[in-house]
Design a protein around this ligand. Structure first.
Ligand code: GLN
Length: 504
């Protein structure tokens, strides 16, 4: 049962085949065994989780269960969770206990989901490898000498290692899709404004979007049903009627027009990734999709535009960590200015400080027009490129990441090399479009490759339908990291079996 997906667990709970307390205990035991090696969780609180599970069991017994009642999940540590530590992967918030719940947490609690703990991440969601976390790097369950991707590395690794069937995550420039790809799981970044940012610690507010990481399109849809919806506390939350994101899961691909952006298939992706992605495209075609080449002429500008806009917004958002109101405060200082300086120098890691410096620079008088304003113009051009492409097709397909998971330490001393990890994921954030990554093969070293789908605004249900059609015809999303069962068994976990065959 522990290997089952979210939907399968929910059905078993509903039929009384397993209780939420049993599931919660089993997964907490698995976390105990695997987390010392993977470092996916920053905190767990078994008592709180078991209390939630007991309440869920009562709700199921009363016949008042919803589709997520009793299923264990975990939250990226960027989401505020009342009464639990919320660190955002930073020393600045290492001891911060959130006074309220994020909208996403409220919604999932109300649906009856059980929170198993808080997941590791790059500091303030800045990174592509989970190596900038104050709490140490997360290791990739497929190969512990490799990174899991970032910034939602803890979420993707925990789902891949079957410590939890699904997790929340956030995506500013790829942080849901890239770690999902590198860990062999599925992840969805919704249209900007579909998921409320209330209580989601801000990195770059015009780009940040919460979303789910899980094992299948069906599970992503289940989770998004609870996470999405209007929230008046976030001024960018969209007022739209509630949607059932499961509605197109049985979609027939006949006649679906899939665009293959020329720029995504040009040089840049490694040969093993190309083989897997092209095979996936061929399979979509066999399933009836009508694939055609499209053009996104300004794609190459997305990385430079992003690395002006995101740091600019971050430098403004992170000015709130001043040692006065909450978070870390330096212990010794001469005066107020010295307190600010020491607090921020001690509390933020190197990558966060680098972004604050870049952001402050591009917003400064005399450079604002040359950098920030120019980047906003480029952003508009990129959105226009997508608009033109979606006049010719229903969605786009391509690689999520240019390579499979790279080695820990391999890119951490070269920021530009690290930034290139997001070359395929950033443009949809700049345009506010929904995008997802699903497993589509194994590349060098037997490591997972992700297929990226990008849809037009509000096409989540349809994209999930395409992903679901692919997952009905393939089994990449059911693969379990090799060696994981052995490692768990070595740690004394008899329950960790290889791939469950139940389709979820
Ligand atoms: N890796 C990108 C960055 O460092 C994206 C991170 C994210 O999506 N949160 O900014």
């Amino acid at each position: 049962m522990m290997d089952a997906g979210l939907g399968a667990m929910a059905r078993a709970l509903g039929r009384g085949e397993v209780s939420s307390v049993e599931l919660t205990r089993a997964l907490l035991a698995r976390i105990d065994q695997l987390n010392p090696g993977l470092n996916a969780f920053i905190s767990i609180d078994p008592e709180l989780s078991l209390a939630q599970a007991a309440a869920a069991d009562q709700r199921i017994a009363r016949g008042a269960a919803g589709p997520l009642t009793g299923v264990p999940i975990a939250h990226k540590d960027i989401f505020m969770t009342r009464g639990r530590r919320t660190t955002c992967g930073s020393r600045m918030l290492a001891d911060f206990v959130a006074p309220y719940d994020a909208h996403v947490v409220e919604q999932l609690d109300a649906a009856g989901a059980v929170t198993l703990g808080k997941l590791n991440m790059d500091e303030f969601a800045m990174g592509s490898s989970n190596e900038t976390s104050h709490f140490g790097p997360v290791r990739n369950p497929w190969d512990p000498s490799r990174v899991p991707g970032g910034s939602s590395g803890g979420s993707a690794a925990a789902v891949a290692a079957r410590m939890v069937p699904a997790a929340t995550a956030t995506d500013t420039g790829g942080s849901i899709r890239q770690p999902a790809a590198l860990c062999g799981v599925s992840g969805l970044k919704p249209t900007y404004g579909v998921v409320s940012r209330h209580g989601m610690i801000a990195y770059a507010s015009s780009l940040d979007q919460g979303g789910p990481i899980a094992r299948s399109a069906e599970d992503l849809a289940l989770l998004l049903n609870a996470m999405g919806g209007h929230d008046p506390r976030d001024s960018t939350s969209l007022e739209r009627p509630a949607e059932d994101y499961r509605r197109d899961l049985a979609l027939d691909l006949k006649g679906v027009r899939i665009g293959l952006p020329r720029q995504y298939f040009a040089d840049g992706m490694s040969p093993d990734v190309r083989v897997a992605v092209e095979a996936a495209v061929a399979q979509l075609q066999q399933l009836g999709a009508d694939c055609r080449e499209v053009d996104l002429p300004n794609m190459a500008l997305s990385l430079p535009a992003y690395y002006v806009i995101a740091p600019a917004e971050a430098s403004s958002n992170l000015s709130r960590y001043d040692g006065v109101r909450y978070g870390h405060r330096a212990s010794g200082y001469r005066d107020l200015l010295d307190m600010y300086q020491r607090t921020r120098a001690e509390g933020f890691g190197a990558e966060v400080r680098r972004r604050i410096l870049v952001g402050t620079f591009v917003l400064s008088h005399g450079y604002y027009d040359a950098y920030y304003l120019q980047a906003q113009r480029v952003r508009r051009l990129i959105a226009e490129d997508f608009r033109a492409a979606f006049a010719q097709c229903d969605l786009l397909a391509g690689p999520t990441s240019p390579s499979v998971a790279f080695a820990l330490g391999e890119r951490s001393t070269d920021p530009l090399q690290m930034y290139l990890s997001d070359i395929y994921t950033i443009a949809p954030n700049l345009a506010g479009l929904p995008a997802m990554s699903i497993p589509c093969g194994l590349g060098d070293g037997g490591l997972p490759v992700g297929l990226q789908l990008v849809g037009n605004y509000f096409s989540e249900a349809r994209m999930l339908g395409v992903a679901s059609a692919y997952q009905r015809a393939s089994d990449w999303h059911l693969r379990v990291p090799q060696g994981l069962a052995t490692r768990a068994a070595e740690a004394g976990d008899g329950a960790a079996q290889p791939a469950a065959t139940e389709r979820n």
